[in-house]
Design a protein around this ligand. Structure first.
Ligand SMILES: NC(=O)c1ccc[n+]([C@@H]2O[C@H](COP(=O)([O-])OP(=O)(O)OC[C@H]3O[C@@H](n4cnc5c(N)ncnc54)[C@H](OP(=O)(O)O)[C@@H]3O)[C@@H](O)[C@H]2O)c1
Length: 261
């Protein structure tokens, strides 16, 4: 059984994905009664407000609460024997060593999903403690594959992952918002500018599945043409350097916020 401690946004995305991939053995622990009612009615899963009852029943326990309350959640589970269970934390910045210590087990997996998981187009990066058996890893992979793509990386990359795919949806949305505002400055109404920008984003994402960014840039650019004129501004103002700085700032902040021990 897969148990979720915390039935918020990210847990809901995972529950939706699991149901869509025909998993039915799902149990959710959530303190707010209205939220429990919503989750149980919407997805036909069992809910509880008792984290310990959930942790005792589940084999895989997904920790889906905010990072700052993990220690309180772990303290409330001090009577649970985790030796035959796996803790899967999606809490941003909470290290594997902290999780091992808090839950008194080496069976710990850390995952960084991202917000597009809400529409089953997520990118999840998984880092696991050495103790995790291959069969368990397959089970964890299946959970996150239900909300999008999965890759395995060593934990040392988690700050970079947080910058690229964790914060990435906000950076890309900022870019899209700026394109819409630029279109409005050029005289388009905001609804039209928005439609043009969003469809261009969706279409370009599809193109980028089978072509490299450089290929797409080449396809759109003709010598002396409009695209080249626009791209020249990126070059003149070091647009690539600016974006690298944005990612660097996010990764640095991720490192500062990490809960390590
Ligand atoms: N959202 C994202 O895009 C994203 C991406 C990557 C990682 N994450 C990570 O995912 C985790 C959950 O994020 P979220 O966006 O889903 O947050 P969220 O919507 O606030 O969900 C957290 C849920 O946990 C519940 N909760 C609070 N205390 C609890 C307790 N003691 N026991 C059980 N449940 C409790 C909360 O209930 P109340 O509301 O009643 O307090 C809430 O329903 C976070 O650690 C975050 O870092 C999120």
């Amino acid at each position: 059984m897969i148990g979720f401690i915390g039935g918020g946004n990210m847990a809901e995305a995972l529950i939706k994905g699991l149901i869509a991939s025909n998993r039915k053995d799902i149990y959710v622990s959530e303190p707010t009664a209205d939220r429990r009612l919503y989750i149980s009615q919407q997805y036909t899963v069992i809910t509880t407000q008792d984290n310990a009852a959930l942790a005792s029943a589940a084999d895989i326990i997904v920790i889906a609460v905010k990072p700052q309350i993990i220690s309180a959640v772990a303290a409330g589970l001090s009577d649970v024997d985790f030796s035959q269970k796996t803790i899967v934390s999606i809490a941003a910045g909470v290290s594997i060593s902290y999780l091992k210590h808090a839950f008194r087990t080496n069976n710990v997996v850390r995952v960084m999903p991202n917000t597009p998981a809400l529409v089953l187009k997520g990118m999840s990066v998984i880092s696991a403690a050495e103790a995790i058996a291959p069969q368990t890893m397959d089970n964890v992979k299946a959970i996150f594959s239900s909300i999008g793509k999965v890759v395995f990386l060593p934990e040392k990359h988690m700050d970079a992952v947080t910058a690229v795919s964790g914060s990435g949806p906000a950076f890309i949305s900022f870019f899209v918002k700026s394109i819409i505002e630029g279109g409005v400055k050029l005289g388009l109404d905001s609804e039209t500018a928005s439609m043009l920008a969003l469809q261009t984003l969706a279409g370009t994402s599809e193109l980028l599945v089978s072509r490299s960014p450089d290929d797409v840039i080449k396809m759109v650019s003709s010598p002396g043409g409009t695209t080249v004129a626009g791209l020249q501004v990126f070059t003149d103002r070091d647009g690539a350097g600016l974006i690298a700085d944005v990612l660097m700032a996010a990764a640095r902040r991720s490192a500062e916020l990490n809960i390590k021990e």
